[in-house]
Design a protein around this ligand. Sequence first.
Ligand SMILES: Cc1cc2nc3c(=O)[nH]c(=O)nc-3n(C[C@H](O)[C@H](O)[C@H](O)COP(=O)(O)OP(=O)(O)OC[C@H]3O[C@@H](n4cnc5c(N)ncnc54)[C@H](O)[C@@H]3O)c2cc1C
Length: 287
Amino acid sequence: MKARAFSYLRPASVAEALAAFAAADGDASYIAGGQSLVPALALRLQAPERLIDIAHIPELRGIALADGVLRLGALTRHVEAHDNPLIAAHAPLLALAAPFVAHPAIRNRGTLGGSVALADPASEFPAMMLALEAEMEIAGPDGTRRVPAAAFFQDLYQTAIEPGELLVAFHIPVAGPHHRCAFDELARRRGDYALVGCGVMLGFDDAIVAEARIAFLSVGPVPQRAAAAEAALTGRALDAEAIRAAQAALADDLDPQDDEQVPAAMRLHLARVLLGRLLGRIAGDAA
Ligand SMILES: Cc1cc2nc3c(=O)[nH]c(=O)nc-3n(C[C@H](O)[C@H](O)[C@H](O)COP(=O)(O)OP(=O)(O)OC[C@H]3O[C@@H](n4cnc5c(N)ncnc54)[C@H](O)[C@@H]3O)c2cc1C
């Protein structure tokens, strides 16, 4: 199958891109890295009349640190999430998750903005934005607004981005020297979408867990924080008992459904195994 014939525009600014979308009467798509959109066009899962290529807009680029916040332009590529020293130092969950996203050719073109705007529940970066408590900067006809990650992912492939709006950048409060992070996932083959994935970020006060953030992917229609497991860890040492308590608490956090890949009970079991491994890894590093 081939894509429908489409017109192609390459705006030079966010304002031009928004105007181009508005002029298309809703029959348009933005394209960034094209790693999800182009296959969807080829299969005619999407068939817009107009493609608006945002990959050359300078306002959507850049990786910068200011006042304790890391700003990542929406066009930051997956490969940069892995290689950029500012990201590795200040938002390590993105760097740790990047090698698990697809394959090198896709990581060279795919953008953080495209991944997060698409909001595939099996994607690594949306869940890590949730764990990092990022704010999404969104531009629309009425100006720019910021949406916290906790309010951004609304349902399966549905986000706070309204039709025609553009995701401009991520604003991420930086991790400090007292934070320890770990990411891993379980997939049938390396590069496949994960059966379950998890990122953990713990803030320590000496040996005590002062802050816990745990986010899962592939456990439901949206990426999910594990509030009960976080509470089970907070205010105590990260020992075997605390890890078991966090694993047990996942029953209150996650409610996976049966699907063609694995039954719900198996997915919850895998999530517990994964969380135990990650917490054990952090405990080992901290010791
Ligand atoms: C074989 C294969 C395996 C893959 N495996 C994984 C995987 O394991 N994990 C994973 O997370 N992903 C995986 N992906 C998806 C890949 O990471 C995509 O690159 C990413 O999801 C989309 O980024 P993109 O820049 O290519 O977006 P595009 O494909 O250009 O766009 C995707 C969607 O987002 C919209 N969009 C893009 N940028 C913006 C913006 N700034 N503002 C508003 N809307 C925007 C587009 O209109 C489109 O609807 C895989 C893809 C392939 C083809």
